[in-house]
Design a protein around this ligand. Structure first.
Ligand code: ADP
Ligand code: MG
Length: 411
């Protein structure tokens, strides 16, 4: 199916100022001591999200637009916080683009307009952290209008923030013609393909810790997938719902898991749970560890990974899939004694002949940790946004964009 929104590729931008919402919500780290004095301060610890926005930024620069970029970073809760300044991001972006990226001291008019007026074709200005303004997360129309005054075209490339109706992701589209950036377009297209027209069988691997966030996606996949493989802390809600002992494991969403088990009986989709586990005494790398051939967790223990038999079964299902979607690690993979299940699944996804899509911040971190990120067909940059889209919810940041013209959709 064709992407239904107007693309930045079709926007008239030559000689115009373009306001681009990007997702530069990247992890920052402090410089190691002993560095040069001018390097003291925070720096970007992982620039994946900055790189992901480069195609749109480069396209606009090549086409002679002046760029005003904007993003949030962390949760400063509506007031300036120097620790969450986008200054390190401006520096890193400048290195990647090979140009100077100016940082505006704020977001609204008085802070920006003069600098903004001096921008020429190909120039790049980054606004300071949007969430320094209380109006951003409230989708305040006054802030949205102010942002709209900074340019004559708006592009949203912040897929990771598209599930939020904020001033910079939704409100601003009331004041400017609004286009999809290349990353946002690709994200929506790849993820919609998984639920709407997947190569079959469609195998979905779900894990991680945020069970209540992910139950909606289980419901959707019981309708559209052929098999769902459950791992991570998520499986304990299912075990508890079946009356199986879970010891000190992280258990969440028991009722919802029970309902999903009921629905699974009526569905053609197979819901698969682990058959063995790796247990630890506590959530720590040097805790006592044992493998258990079965899924009952005794008192005094917690399940921290799927066991080797489960991992092998999951790897086989992944190898036989036409499409694989993976969201959520199989265990506490950050700790080596509990990383094997996640590693086995990651390797299977990387080697799978079918189309492979991975989403979720920690799942992507696991892929990176194992050096497999290049062997997956699509790595989504948006955790919450990708789940909501897969659930079938409308994303405000996408809905706000102009519709593609009829002739573009037919082409
Ligand atoms: P994602 O970011 O990929 O969507 P989540 O945020 O839902 O994934 O979950 C990731 C976290 O889940 C990891 O930090 C991992 O340590 C934790 N986790 C996975 N399995 C378990 C488990 N059995 N018990 C406790 N924590 C777990
Ligand atoms: Mg996470």
């Amino acid at each position: 199916m064709a992407f239904k929104k107007a693309s930045v590729r079709d926007a008239e931008v030559k000689g115009r100022r373009v306001l681009v919402r990007v997702d530069f919500n990247v992890p920052l780290a402090d410089h190691a001591p002993g560095r040069e004095a001018e390097e003291v301060g925070r720096h970007v610890a992982d620039d994946t999200r900055i790189r992901a926005a480069l195609p749109t930024i480069e396209l606009l620069r090549e086409r002679g637009a002046a760029l005003v970029l904007m993003s949030h970073l962390g949760r400063p809760e509506g007031k300036p916080d120097p620790a969450l300044s986008l200054a390190p991001v401006a520096k890193r972006l400048g290195e990647l683009l090979g140009t100077t990226v100016k940082l505006a001291p704020g977001v609204i008019e008085g802070d920006v307009d003069l600098t903004c007026g001096a921008l020429g074709p190909g120039d790049v200005l980054l606004l300071e952290n949007l969430r320094f303004e209380p109006g951003e997360t409230k989708n305040d129309p006054h802030l949205a209008e102010n942002l709209g005054q900074l340019a004559s075209v708006y592009v949203n490339d912040a897929f990771g923030a598209a599930h939020r109706a904020h001033a910079s992701t939704a409100g601003v589209a009331d004041y400017l013609p609004a286009y999809a950036g290349l990353l946002l377009e690709r994200e929506v297209t790849e993820l919609e393909k998984v639920v709407e027209s997947p190569e079959r069988p469609l195998v979905v691997v779900l894990g991680g810790a945020k069970v209540s966030d992910k139950v909606g996606v289980i419901d959707r996949f019981l309708e559209v997938a052929d098999q769902i493989l459950i791992g991570g802390a998520m499986c304990f809600g299912f075990f508890k719902a079946q009356g199986i002992a879970t010891g000190n494991s992280l258990v969440e969403g028991v009722e919802l898991a029970g309902e999903a088990l009921e629905r699974a009986k009526q569905s053609d989709c197979e819901l698969t749970l682990p058959v063995d586990l790796v247990l630890g005494r506590e959530f720590s790398a040097d805790t006592e560890r044992k493998e258990s051939d079965g899924v009952e967790v005794p008192e005094g223990w917690m399940g921290l990974d799927i066991g080797p038999r489960s991992a092998e079964r999951y790897a086989e299902a992944i190898a036989g899939a036409g499409t694989v979607l993976w969201n959520g690690p199989m265990g506490a993979f950050e700790m080596e004694p509990f990383a094997a299940g996640t590693r086995r699944v990651a390797e299977a996804v990387a080697a799978a002949p079918g189309t492979t899509v991975v989403g979720g911040g920690d799942s992507v971190a696991a892929l990176n940790q194992f050096g497999l990120e290049d062997q997956v067909d699509w790595v989504s940059t948006g955790g919450g946004a990708s789940l909501e889209l897969l659930e079938g919810k409308k994303l405000p940041g996408v809905e706000a964009l102009l519709d593609a013209e009829e002739e573009t959709a037919d082409a």
